[in-house]
Design a protein around this ligand. Sequence first.
Ligand code: ADP
Ligand code: 5GP
Length: 203
Amino acid sequence: MSRASLFIVSAPSGAGKSTLSNMAVDHFDGLEFSVSYTTRDPREGETDGVHYNFIDKARFDEMASSGGFVEYASVHGNNYGTGRSDLMALLDAGTDVLLDIDVQGAEQIRASMEGEGIFIFILPPSIYECGARLKKRGLDDDEAIEMRLKGAVAEISKCLDYEFIIINDDLKESFERLKSIVLAERTRRRRVESKVKEIFNLS
Ligand code: ADP
Ligand code: 5GP
């Protein structure tokens, strides 16, 4: 088991997952995203290698068939995957990692990396509010929002598989909850053991 922690964050689109995940990565030293691979087109303001590694379908299929992903899934008609070597390099370097992935990907991590992940689900206060947030965000047209909301119902049905559930009504309070999960995880014996042994000369 790696000494670093792996946080898996899922949510239906519009719940506030990107907002909260970005706040956490900005707030904590030593907590980073693993940059996913996707076949979808970059949105305005997105940079290749920063927000995603944007690749074509042929390269995606090749990585998938050669075991290059720890998990991958098709979400809203596009493919997404977490690069195996990218994730392992971060964890092996002792960096905590936050994976912002869908419920199918989370299920694969749960199955293949048993005991490794801290699974967090972000819920909107209601489906209605989810739709309102997507509209306000202004990145998707009405048809895309409709599709995302249909997907939201299916995603929400998986939330009870997660260890932690944050109902993102008030953003500030939700962030406090997310921070408390990261801090509690970083307080575990396995995370502080070597430091304690060194300070107090324990064997
Ligand atoms: P997701 O990544 O889950 O699809 P985003 O983080 O992009 O969602 O959030 C969707 C929209 O809702 C954004 O415009 C964001 O600023 C807003 N938002 C996030 N959390 C809250 C909240 N607690 N209250 C109100 N608006 C929020
Ligand atoms: P978006 O296109 O809005 O950036 O992301 C759409 C959905 O794909 C989100 O739910 C996001 O969490 C998910 N996603 C992003 N990267 C990955 C990944 O590497 N694997 C999986 N399974 N889902 C991902």
